[in-house]
Write a protein that binds this ligand. Structure first.
Ligand code: GDP
Ligand code: MG
Length: 162
């Protein structure tokens, strides 16, 4: 089985950076993957001999209020298409109402969800991660997507579930 991982989170948390990191290429699109649309980007990744698919959700504006804008259609679709959700939050921004809205939505889905606390660089992880545990989504994986830090440990944990 090639698990499909959806990258979900409010704008600017580092989803596309992580996508590029996971697929190791800006061009790792899989054009013939079922359901391909303009606004969801599909890529292939591989780690330790294991393949996976990753979906970047680029189309969220986040400028309006409410669950419908934060969790724009593309994002909701990506969640439904996925085997697991990588829910990105931003350590520098801290826990935001938009994060809490997304967390509420994810708790209603029966999907393995992994909280990825990105932009942990330059923070004290013990302090930076603490607020995100309030979302009640379990273990949190700190990453610095811009430097690929923490990404392997996170992926190993995610892929070990499949
Ligand atoms: P997206 O909107 O969720 O797709 O976020 P992007 O991947 O476009 O990243 C938004 C900004 O955050 C960019 O300027 C990235 O370079 C920056 N960024 C992403 N990951 C990290 C990180 O781990 N640490 C820091 N300091 N900046 C990051
Ligand atoms: Mg993006």
């Amino acid at each position: 089985m090639v698990p499909v991982l959806a990258l979900v989170g409010r704008p600017n948390v580092g989803k596309s950076t992580l996508f590029n990191c996971l697929t190791r290429s800006r061009d790792a699109l899989v054009a013939d993957y079922a359901g391909l649309t303009r606004d969801r980007k599909y890529g292939e990744g591989e780690v330790g001999g294991r393949s996976f698919m990753v979906i970047d959700t680029g189309g969220i504006s986040g400028e309006e209020e409410g669950i419908d804008s934060v969790m724009a259609g593309q994002s909701l679709q990506a969640i439904e298409e996925s085997d697991a959700v990588l829910f990105l939050v931003d350590c520098k921004a801290g826990l935001t109402p938009a994060d809490e809205m997304i967390a509420r939505h994810l708790r209603t889905r029966n999907k393995p969800t992994f909280v990825v606390a990105n932009k942990v660089d330059g923070t004290n992880p013990d302090i930076a991660l603490a607020p995100f545990y309030e979302m009640g989504l379990g273990k949190i994986f700190p990453t610095t997507a811009t430097h690929r830090k923490g990404v392997r440990a996170m992926l190993d944990a995610v892929l070990s579930e499949f």
